[in-house]
Design a binder for this molecule. Structure first.
Ligand code: NAD
Length: 499
């Protein structure tokens, strides 16, 4: 696929041509574009404009704000193929998943447009006569979005679509590994803003750069909300910096997601779901399945069927029809995968697959076989998130033991159980079941829909984005008590009168 044709279609040909940052496609390792990184003064200017834009945008009626998001959704529909192809080119995910990522952006735009007429507060019964109590939801300020390489555009849209209808302004710092998709989306946003007509200047901006640029956004008190997606290591730094100035952080960090296969599971369905969750996106989803607990009575059969399926996975150029697994993002990801597999072996694991392979003779494309690792238990490496297609498989005897093992990781993003036993299913999603932000029954842990709130507990950071009432994270709540009587009764019946 010709990168410059995609750039031309997305209107970023001139933007993707010059600058100090080389962008390489993981498909071949070749440079596909160059972009300019921003200096500290540019970040400062972006924040100043963004804050000024917020002061105007917060007074625009929310349904009118929704119109801007509707226009963005239209542009995304128009350019879905080109943007989805660019996502594949820049991240190495297969075209189906690249297109799916853009569809997710369209879906959240639709959701946010509806939401722009539903930013409801509660009316609360007051204990005092002649008083009315209510909650109002107000815009917060500048929302800085820091995103990871593996969902280079969808994560921005989950945040930006909500933030914009909630009356916030947006500054985006994409991953330094995927700036081209960000430029393309910003370009579509600029078109939407032009059609919208009277949005304040600087309402939606983009700053390109690495962690220094991110850290500057995070530390600045003009940034009211920091929504940061990436590794737990990044979240530790960002979380502390935001907390120090009492800002608001939405942290969407790593995952080490588990799944349980019970004796009553529909095995064919489970195998398909496991394959998609563990191998899809070459194991580079935050929700990828990494730890599988299989009941001892079905263990041998499940493992041997998985080995057969793994051997058949078509690995290759992610833009070719039929490919189900593309390359890892870069050399470092490949080295980390090999190091994890060696460590697993040292900890008693039996590895099947996991070798680096050559595709189309590309020396700088990091293609690997997905790995299945039979482990005696949850050793140190099993409890670590390795961002690669490694699935650790362990036996269990008792369902409580399997739930405890699922919850034994320090992350708490996603989880699933395969069962046709109602008691097991309900137990898994109950208060004493999975401790994750996402707990599924008879589907894998990855591939969430936008309608639900997305995020996880523990070292996943506790943030929620996307659907349900995640919008509340982008607004401030005011409790209003209005006295329309002529008396002044105090709450709790307190008597406070001068004689
Ligand atoms: P990363 O942590 O290396 O980088 C993510 C982003 O954070 C980048 O834009 C980077 O420049 C920025 N960054 C890093 N350190 C920073 C700092 N100190 N201050 C400010 N910004 C900083 O992650 P990655 O390799 O791009 O992505 C993979 C990781 O992201 C995995 O751990 C994965 O599980 C996680 N992830 C989580 C979710 C989720 O929703 N929970 C979604 C996608 C990816």
């Amino acid at each position: 696929m010709d990168a410059s044709r995609i750039f031309a279609d997305l209107g970023i040909l001139e933007l993707a041509g010059a600058g100090d940052v080389e962008v390489r496609s993981p498909i071949s390792g070749e440079v596909i574009g160059r972009v300019a990184s921003q200096a500290a003064s540019d970040v400062d200017a972006a924040l100043a404009h963004s804050h000024a834009a917020f002061l105007k945008w917060r007074d625009v009626p929310a349904p009118r704000r929704g119109e801007l998001v509707r226009l963005l959704g239209e542009r995304l529909r128009e350019h879905k193929r080109a943007l989805g192809s660019l996502v594949s080119l820049e991240t190495g995910k297969i075209l189906q998943e690249g297109l799916g990522e853009v569809q997710e952006m369209i879906d959240i735009c639709d959701f946010a447009v509806g939401l722009s007429r539903q930013l409801y507060g509660l009316t609360i019964a007051s204990e005092r006569p002649g008083h009315r109590m209510a909650e109002s939801w107000h815009p917060m300020g500048v929302c800085a979005i820091i995103s990871a390489f593996n969902f280079p555009v969808a994560v921005w849209s989950w945040n930006a679509a909500l933030a914009l209808v909630c009356g916030d302004s947006v500054v985006w710092k994409p991953s330094e590994k995927t700036p081209l998709t960000a430029l393309a989306v910003q370009r579509l946003m600029v078109d939407a803003l032009a059609t919208f007509g009277d949005a304040p200047e600087g309402l939606v901006s983009l700053v390109i750069g690495g962690r220094d640029v991110g850290a500057k956004l995070v530390a600045d008190p003009r940034t009211a909300i920091v929504s940061a997606t990436g590794s737990t290591e990044m979240g530790r730094a960002v979380g502390v910096a935001v907390a120090q100035r009492f800002g608001r952080a939405i942290l969407e960090l790593g995952g080490n997601n588990g799944g349980i296969v019970t004796p009553s599971a529909d095995r064919e369905l489970a195998l398909r779901a496991i394959l998609f969750s563990a191998v899809g996106t070459a194991g580079q989803r935050c929700t990828s399945l990494r730890r599988l607990f299989v009941h001892e009575s079905v263990y041998d059969d499940t493992v041997s069927r998985l080995k057969q399926l793994y051997a058949k996975v078509p690995i290759g150029n992610p833009l070719d029809a039929g490919t189900l697994m593309g390359p890892l993002i870069d050399a470092q990801a490949s080295e980390r995968m090999q190091a994890a597999l060696q460590r697993a072996q040292a900890e008693g694991g039996k590895v099947t697959g996991g070798q680096r392979i050559s595709v189309d003779g590309q020396p700088n494309g990091y293609y690997v076989e997905p790995a299945l690792v039979e482990m005696p238990g949850q050793s140190e490496i099993v409890l670590k998130e390795t961002f690669a297609p490694i699935l650790y498989i362990m036996k269990y005897r008792d369902f409580d033991e399997a739930i405890a093992a699922n919850n034994g990781a320090s992350h708490g993003l996603s989880s699933c159980v395969f069962t046709t036993d109602l008691r097991e299913a309900e137990r898994f999603v109950s208060a004493s079941g999975s401790d994750c932000g996402i707990a599924n029954v008879n589907i894998g842990p990855s591939g969430a829909e936008i309608g639900g709130a997305f995020g996880g507990e523990k070292e996943t950071g506790g943030g929620r984005e996307s659907g349900s009432d995640a919008w509340k994270g982008y607004m401030r709540r005011a409790t209003n008590t209005v006295n329309y009587s002529t008396a002044l009764p105090l709450a709790q019946g307190i008597d406070f009168k001068l004689d």
